[in-house]
Design a protein around this ligand. Structure first.
Ligand code: SAM
Length: 262
């Protein structure tokens, strides 16, 4: 196909058959499962996915690529092609009550965070997700407390999902080549939330405040919301920085914030 890659759609097409095989082997799609691919592009992952006998929905924004895919996979009955922005897809409409979705994609890097947060709204309808993103973003998503990449994205996504880094993908595996290293990771939505949060907006607010000045202690960074004594009363050391605070501790801060700001 002679398609000129469009930067505004974050198009970097996978070329490396070993990487494609590895992604498929890791995701392990099984006959009869319901998969959704976000941003299929020229179909590098689509063709091997279809070969496994899964039911597959494709969501692609670039209309030229939609026409190409429609032609390329015209004889595939188990395939549904959506010419749509993934950010506007209601994933609950794709899932059925009996089977949760498996989602896969080499995501457009320019809108990776909005896509992930959009998907989190449908976490109850999703069984697992396998995505490729910039390695740096994958490290942020999968970080643990104390890690320099641990931050707001880590906490907000790990509230919904277990996050697991899988393997790196070098720039040479794509055409055109991205400037950065990429990585594959897995998100598995929790069946039960790991912590009880009274108001998710407040969790987001407290976490954003705590990380707005990473180098500062909680006593300073949370000054607007909590006194030092209030932080101590939650059994949290106010001398610590945000990067040392676990999701469980952020949940305590968030719920205390809600009590103070009903
Ligand atoms: N899956 C292909 C591959 O691995 O070769 C293409 C990956 S490319 C990094 C990202 C793909 O997402 C492109 O096909 C692009 O057109 C598509 N895309 C960009 N923004 C999108 C959006 N908002 N919704 C759906 N697809 C989008």
């Amino acid at each position: 196909m002679t398609h000129k890659a469009r930067k505004r759609f974050g198009q970097n097409f996978l070329q490396d058959s070993h990487i494609i095989d590895n992604i498929l082997m890791t995701a392990n799609p099984e006959h009869g499962e319901h998969w959704v691919e976000i941003g299929p592009g020229q179909g590098a992952l689509t063709a091997p996915l279809l070969a496994t006998g899964v039911k597959l929905d494709l969501i692609e924004l670039d209309r030229d690529l939609v026409s190409y895919l429609a032609h390329k996979f015209a004889d595939q009955e188990q395939l549904t092609l959506h010419s749509q922005d993934a950010l506007t897809v209601d994933f609950s409409q794709l899932a059925t009550s009996s089977s949760r979705l498996h989602i896969i994609g080499n995501l457009p890097y320019n809108i990776s965070t909005p896509i992930l947060f959009h998907l989190m709204k449908y976490a109850d309808h999703i069984h697992s997700m396998y995505f490729m993103l910039q390695k740096e973003v994958v490290e942020r998503i999968c970080a643990t407390p104390g890690n320099k990449r641990y931050g707001r994205l880590t906490i907000m996504l790990q509230y919904y999902c277990q996050a697991e880094p899988l393997f790196d993908v070098p720039p040479e595996s794509f055409d055109p080549q991205p400037k950065v290293m990429s990585a594959i990771f897995k998100l598995t939505p929790h069946r039960k939330a790991p912590v009880d949060i009274t108001n998710l907006k407040h969790l987001n607010q407290v976490v954003a405040q705590a990380f707005s000045q990473r180098r500062k202690t909680l006593r300073n960074s949370l000054k607007k919301s909590f006194t030092e004594a209030e932080i101590v009363a939650l059994d949290i050391n106010p001398e610590l920085r945000a990067e040392a605070i676990s999701l469980t501790e952020f949940a305590r801060l968030s719920n205390a914030f809600t009590l103070k700001n009903p």
